[in-house]
Structure formats: structure tokens, C-alpha cells
Design a protein around this ligand. Structure first.
Ligand code: RFL
Ligand code: PHB
Length: 404
């Protein structure tokens, strides 16, 4: 535990030292924590929210094989393999017809449908069982002396001020976190695209409309039929940015979903009361470099992709694989080659996923300000994609995940 109360202020301030301070207990922070723990490197995870809040966020649903392999490497794959659903393809809907993209035939790989909530739960449980520490509800987390050799982190909990001295800080605190914001503006270059629509998502305890995912391009807007299990469905509709969740009753949501998928699927759709309903804006964002001195950014803290390509969680997993391996190399081999190469290596993979997610988003949504040209290009592209094995293979190869 290493908590060292200072003599004069024992009741209100505490100081400790760890090798790596990890900010954020989302998938990036917890996966990195698990990798470091496995290598015997002491890390402390600081999370501003409660564990229940983190587990209550409904987000990603599709894992690439690299992410599955990372869970296996950590010895945490048992529940995922028992309960996750292996999908060898998905349906692409256009002009009221669904055409299957056969991932296994086109790219030689499948994906795993296993919710981010479940990945997070497995990581949290393993962390608690191993005795590795996570501080939930850490308030006012602040990063200090990033440019020197002795960075430190401060936070407050239950009225006590804490100081954590460390060798490195991993900024895994998502898009709105403190880590990226702690880097001077002139040391970062940010690239961004904001899309003129959002996704309205509904979770409900009904059997999924189809045994595979359906991505549907429709004149009324994009729709996605996904799932969490054989009895829990996740559906999304493209919506306007100023739409309000309260304005969408469950009945209105499902009526609209039925309109945007092929008639046979619409007929088969089983509806039920929503257990979660939310609107997410869509953006592409990359901050470069992913390192500032002793601070390393990973996951959504450094980049955001629109969810169309199902890449966000998978990028968090590939970032921390690179970062975890680099930190292990630092401590075991006294080499900083991996740390020095981290940003460039991670960004190479990030930009390919940013490109794919942008492309798939552009292909599948209605753009409100389009003069007609964009629509024609979209139709030509869909026609080409669905008729060409080479084009379908490029989609499949990116969807299952490019190699690390
Ligand atoms: P997270 O999950 O946002 O975790 C960051 C954590 O940091 C905490 N935090 C702080 N802690 C301490 N101090 C501070 N100052 C802090 N500020 C923030 C937060 O509370 C949080 O716990 O980032 P991470 O770990 O990088 O993980 C990224 C993924 O969560 C994200 O990319 C995916 O959810 C994106 N995503 C999808 N990704 C996929 O790979 N496949 C999918 O199918 C998929 N579907 C989705 C998605 C995201 C969606 N939304 C809601 C944006 C579907 C949707 C609708
Ligand atoms: C989901 O199930 O939440 C999901 C699946 C695929 C996506 C995005 C979200 O592309």
C-alpha cells in the first residue's frame, strides 16, 4: 500500500510512490494496469467516478481479434469466450436489401461481440482479486512536472490531499480528461472532424433482430442493429444533433428502426421497453504526439473515432499493448527504445482506424447539407463495394482489425 503520511499533516495529506500512475479506469487504464501488474510493475489507477458509474456506461460492443488476444494474454478471456458471440460476418443494408459481408471468407478472421461493460467488469474483478489498487472517486486529479524526471500526481479523496510520486504517468482518462489538457497547447497538434449528426442508442432485453449485426444505409438515415447477448439487443439510429432523448418514445424509436431496415428484418423485430437510451455526437479527433515528457496518452485521451467502425475500444487496447510492452522494456531491459517509439507506432495504427471509421461513417449516413453530389458518390461507392470482392475485402480487413 505504501501510504506514507507526512509527519506534520497526517490527517489531511498523504504521500506515496509508485512506478506508474494511471489516470482513468476505462478500458485503456484497466488494460494497462493489468499488463503492468502481470509484469510486476507497480501501478496505481486513479478514477474520478465510482466503479458503478464506470460499469453503467453503455458503449462498445465489438472486439477485434487483437483485443481478444490481449484479454487472453492477461489470463482474463474465460468469461469472454464462454459468453461472447463470435461473428463471422455482418449485413450491409442498402436500398432495402441486406447483403452479407463474410468477414471470415474475405479477411480470414471473425470478431467477438462482448460488451465494453463486460470487459470492464472482468478487468475490475481481476484487479481487485490481485490486490492491485484503484482509487475510485479521486477528485481534482492534477499532473505535475511532466517535463522532468520526477513527475507526480495530486488528487483529493474524502477531504484528504494525496500526492503520488512516480516514474511515468499514463493518461488514460478519455476525451474530457485532465491528461491531454495538461500538455501545453503549443506542444500538441490536434486534428478534428465533427459530423453533422449523432447516434440515438437503445438497449433492451429482447432477442436481437438478427444473429449478426446489421449496418443499414437508408434514405431516412443510418441504422445499426447490434446486440450484447442472445437476449439483449442494442440498436442505433442516426439522429439530428439537436434531437433530445426525451422526444423519442420507445415506440417512436422502433417504428423508425423498422423503416430503416429491410422489410423481412422489420417484421422479425421484437421490441420491448428500453433499459438505456442516449444520444452520442460523432467526431474524429487525433492529438499528436501521444507523449509529453513523462506523460503518455492512450485511448480516447488521444483520439476519438465515430462508432461506425467499432474501433474506439480496440484502439485503446492496441495503444496500451504498445505502451505496456514499452514500459516493461524500460524496467526489465533498461531500454527506452519502446517508449521513444510509442507515439509514432501508436499513431500509425490510429490513423488507419481514423481513416476507416471516417470512410464507413461517410458511406453509411445521410449528410444534411449535401447538395446531391455526396449522395451520388455514396451510391456509386456502395454499388462498387457490394459488387466487388476486392472492395468488400478491404472493408472486411479493416473491420476485423489491422495487425498490431
Ligand atoms: P474511457 O472509456 O472514456 O475511460 C476514461 C476514464 O477516465 C475517467 N476520467 C478521469 N479519471 C480521473 N481524473 C480525471 N480528470 C478523469 N477524467 C476522466 C473517466 O471517468 C473514465 O472512466 O476511455 P478509454 O479507456 O480510452 O476507452 C475508450 C472507449 O471507451 C471508447 O473508445 C469506446 O467506447 C468507443 N466505442 C466503441 N469502440 C469499439 O471499439 N467498438 C464499438 O463497438 C464501440 N461502440 C463506442 C461505441 C462509443 C460510443 N459512445 C457512447 C461514444 C458506441 C458508442 C455509442
Ligand atoms: C454496439 O454494439 O454498441 C456497436 C456495435 C458496432 C458498432 C458500434 C456500436 O459499429
Amino acid at each position: 500500500m505504501n501510504e506514507l503520511p507526512t509527519a506534520s499533516t497526517a490527517a489531511t495529506s498523504r504521500r506515496e510512490r509508485v512506478q506508474v500512475a494511471i489516470i482513468g479506469a476505462g478500458p485503456a487504464g484497466l488494460l494497462l494496469g493489468a499488463l503492468l501488474h502481470q509484469a510486476g510493475i507497480e501501478a496505481l489507477v486513479l478514477e474520478q467516478r465510482s466503479a458503478d458509474y464506470v460499469l453503467g456506461r453503455i458503449r462498445a460492443g465489438v472486439l477485434e481479434q487483437g483485443t481478444v488476444a490481449l484479454m487472453d494474454r492477461l489470463g482474463l478471456g474465460a468469461r469472454m469466450h464462454a459468453q461472447g458471440l463470435v461473428h463471422g460476418g455482418f449485413a450491409l443494408g442498402w436500398r432495402n436489401r441486406h447483403q452479407r459481408i463474410d468477414l471470415e471468407a474475405l479477411a480470414g478472421k471473425a470478431v467477438m461481440v462482448y460488451g465494453q461493460t463486460e470487459v470492464t467488469r472482468d478487468l475490475m474483478d481481476a484487479r481487485a482479486a490481485s490486490g492491485a489498487r484503484t482509487v475510485y472517486e479521486a477528485a481534482d486529479v492534477a499532473l505535475h512536472d511532466l517535463g522532468g524526471t520526477a513527475p507526480w500526481v495530486s488528487y483529493r479523496r474524502d477531504g484528504v490531499e494525496h500526492r503520488v510520486d512516480c516514474d511515468f504517468i499514463a493518461g488514460c482518462d478519455g476525451y474530457h480528461g485532465v491528461s491531454r489538457a495538461s500538455i501545453p497547447a503549443d506542444a500538441l497538434r490536434c486534428y478534428e472532424r465533427v459530423y453533422p449528426f449523432g447516434w440515438l442508442g437503445v438497449l433492451c432485453d429482447t432477442p436481437p433482430v438478427s444473429h449478426e449485426l446489421i449496418y443499414s444505409n437508408h434514405a431516412r438515415g443510418f441504422a445499426l442493429c447490434s446486440m450484447r447477448s442472445p437476449t439483449r439487443s442494442r440498436y442505433y439510429l442516426q439522429c439530428a444533433l439537436d434531437d433530445k432523448v426525451e422526444a423519442w418514445s420507445d415506440a417512436a424509436f422502433f417504428d423508425e428502426l423498422r423503416r430503416r431496415i429491410e422489410p423481412e428484418a422489420a417484421e422479425a423485430l421484437v421490441t420491448g421497453p428500453s433499459i438505456e437510451k442516449s444520444i452520442a455526437p460523432l467526431r474524429s479527433f487525433v492529438a499528436e504526439p501521444m507523449r509529453h515528457g513523462r506523460l503518455f496518452l492512450a485511448g480516447d485521451a488521444a483520439h476519438i473515432v465515430p462508432p461506425t467502425g467499432a474501433k474506439g475500444l480496440n484502439l485503446a487496447a492496441s495503444d496500451v499493448t504498445y505502451l505496456g510492452d514499452a514500459l516493461v522494456e524500460h524496467y526489465r531491459e533498461r531500454s527506452d527504445a519502446g517508449l521513444d517509439a510509442y507515439s509514432e507506432r501508436a499513431l500509425k495504427r490510429v490513423w488507419k482506424a481514423v481513416r476507416f471509421s471516417w470512410w464507413f461513417t461517410s458511406l453509411m449516413h445521410r449528410f444534411p447539407d449535401d447538395s446531391g453530389f455526396g449522395q451520388k458518390i455514396q451510391e456509386a461507392e456502395l454499388d462498387y463495394l457490394l459488387g466487388s470482392r476486392a472492395a468488400s475485402a478491404a472493408l472486411a480487413e479493416n473491420y476485423v482489425g489491422l495487425p498490431l
